[in-house]
Design a protein around this ligand. Structure first.
Ligand code: 13P
Ligand code: SF4
Length: 357
């Protein structure tokens, strides 16, 4: 029993009609997802906001950086609402504008600021979508770009056409896994740690660097390990192991495939009935896939549950509260990015949306 929440949400949605659109990330719990008008990965949700649905309010069931992005891409006069303002992302918090600027200065000292003979600048900054609007703005201002887990290779190609090197933040794993798959050797990927700078990286590695990683990670995907994959293969011969590229490199290497949440969904929908999947991503998504596709065997690699605790902060009670606010004409928990930040951040976002695979 949800104490009447479902009825309250349905009543508010009915009263609002087309005035509201609810977007939901795949990691949201079922009790929230069932009210979403559109469900997707972070790239698809950014596009959904950019499509400027004919609604005065977009209620974003996801985390803070996604709602910021939706605000920057949505139409004028459209408000974006995050049902619980405490729904952040611990990875996004691992890089801030001060520490990225400090790193940037170090890179200018190391590599200078002049383009090479082919016109490529010394460093292109690439921020993962999982970052604050201020960091997207930094990228927009410094010739850089945004990526998501579904287009990271396309974006790195874009960056290597324009730069000799890439500074990739905040997720070291997505950066390393993507660059490695593109053929960048590991010894050309030094890592910057905002607390200990280069942390003893030798000069040669810095000189030859192609991708400078940032010491950030996702606490959910960090939990997966190779032992879990070996166990799944022993128990289910023929199992297809698919993990999210936020997982550490040995996990991605041991898996059959790595891809974004939408990639995982598409792999499952395209598989012949009776397939077995071991998935390395957030538990709410995996459990939902298992329920939606009973013709397959689908389980999460982590036997102890691994929810994203901040995604989980979007409780249906908050959804009911913000929707009922809209019915009364009140916009609660609005996410607004100031234009001074949004203008350069949009430049970096639009570069990503325009980059073709
Ligand atoms: P995608 O939806 O892009 O796969 O990202 C997963 C994630 O961690 C979002 O926070
Ligand atoms: Fe952030 Fe990881 Fe949660 Fe995604 S799953 S929102 S990266 S903490």
């Amino acid at each position: 029993d949800d104490g009447g929440l479902e009825d309250r949400i349905l009543a508010a949605k009915a009263a609002l009609g087309d005035r509201v659109v609810i977007l939901g990330h795949f990691y949201q719990r079922d009790e929230v997802i069932k009210f979403a008008d559109f469900v997707g990965d972070s790239f698809q949700l950014a596009n959904a906001a950019k499509a400027k649905p004919a609604a005065e309010a977009i209620v974003f069931c996801g985390v803070h950086f996604m709602a910021e992005t939706a605000d920057m891409l949505s139409g004028p006069g459209q408000s974006v609402i995050l049902p619980n303002l405490a729904a952040g992302c611990s990875m996004a918090d691992m890089a801030d504008i001060e520490s990225v600027s400090a790193c940037w200065e170090q890179l200018a000292e190391l590599y200078g600021t002049e383009p090479d003979a082919q016109g490529r600048v010394p460093v292109i900054p690439v921020t993962y979508m999982n970052s604050s609007a201020a960091l997207k703005a930094f990228c927009g201002e410094h010739g850089g770009i945004v990526c998501t887990s579904s287009n990271a290779a396309t974006v790195l190609d874009w960056a290597f056409e324009r730069g000799q090197r890439v500074l990739f933040f905040p997720d070291q794993h997505l950066g390393r896994n993507t660059a490695k798959a593109m053929g960048v050797p590991l010894d050309q990927m030094p890592m910057w740690n905002p607390r200990q700078a280069w942390g003893g990286t030798d000069e040669r590695t810095l000189r030859d660097a192609r991708v400078i990683l940032w010491h950030g990670f996702c606490s959910v995907h960090k939990r997966f390990n190779v032992g879990q994959i070996e166990k799944a293969r022993a128990e289910f011969p023929g199992v297809r192991v698919i993990v999210h590229p936020e997982c550490p490199m040995p996990v991605v290497d041991a898996a059959d495939e790595a891809g974004s949440t939408d990639y995982i969904l598409k792999a499952i929908t395209a598989a012949p009935a009776g397939s077995t999947f071991a998935i390395g991503t957030e538990i709410n998504m995996v459990n939902r896939l298992a329920a939606q596709y009973p013709q397959h065997t689908i389980f999460c690699l982590d036997p102890v549950i691994c929810p994203c605790s901040t995604m989980y902060r979007i409780h249906p009670g908050y959804l009911a509260w913000v929707l009922e606010g809209l019915v009364r004409g009140e916009v609660l928990n609005q996410i607004t990015v100031p234009e001074a930040t949004a203008i350069p951040a949009r430049v970096a976002l639009e570069r990503m949306l325009a980059a073709k695979p």
